[in-house]
Design a protein around this ligand. Sequence first.
Ligand SMILES: NC(=O)c1ccc[n+]([C@@H]2O[C@H](COP(=O)([O-])OP(=O)(O)OC[C@H]3O[C@@H](n4cnc5c(N)ncnc54)[C@H](OP(=O)(O)O)[C@@H]3O)[C@@H](O)[C@H]2O)c1
Length: 226
Amino acid sequence: MNFLLLGCGKTGALVAELARERGHDVRVLRSQDNPNASALTPQNLREVDVVLDFTSPDAALKNMEACIQTGKNIVVGTTGWYEELPKIRARVEAAGTGFVFGANFSLGVNIFFEIARASAAALKHGYFGQIFERHHAKKKDAPSGTALSLQHIVRETSDVELEIVSFREGEVVGMHEITFDSPHDDIYICHDSKSRRGFAEGAVRAAEWVAGKKGFYDFRDIWRQL
Ligand SMILES: NC(=O)c1ccc[n+]([C@@H]2O[C@H](COP(=O)([O-])OP(=O)(O)OC[C@H]3O[C@@H](n4cnc5c(N)ncnc54)[C@H](OP(=O)(O)O)[C@@H]3O)[C@@H](O)[C@H]2O)c1
């Protein structure tokens, strides 16, 4: 397939590597090539099957808008824009394009989400829950999109909104922990990413999956189909 990758930072660079390993053609645009989504013209996108975005929240919103307008399917790995999610969803559904977003494209994290969903039962039995997340010092958004997803999953199953505590330090790829405390015992459930390759592989597989499809999808709902 022909992929256009927006952003070639820490994660984007690995997405390009993984996509090429899986036999795809990948063109990359960096920020200087694409200010205000100016490179995303119908002509430049004509041969592209799917666009992948690993940029920053502001840039990603402009990139999404340009892809929707051009009728191009997009996989958005960038986090930190989710207050705009209902608006983007409506735009995608009206335009009839394909769209996958995800706070975390790692299959391991998505399995962790399922475990967190089951563990929320503890809140109905007197446990006190908290979410902790730890990332590298340069991460722009806090709390992380993954921590917000965890909070959402627990709220859906228990009606309790857990506090999120964020740490930014060193080179930490991404660690998320959900804890439940009672007078009798503690429960700790933790996911610790060792490298960004897990995110990159999930994103490339999501792009293969969404090519030629219509609809607005959260990676958490489709990863089992990859
Ligand atoms: N969903 C997931 O599984 C997952 C996993 C990891 C990270 N993320 C998210 O992905 C995003 C990027 O993370 P990262 O760690 O790779 O950050 P990063 O190292 O800062 O890379 C971001 C890149 O985006 C580029 N960029 C900015 N505006 C652009 C534009 N208009 N067009 C093209 N490129 C543009 C920047 O280029 P310049 O350096 O030239 O400005 C930079 O190289 C963050 O939101 C992060 O939270 C998501």
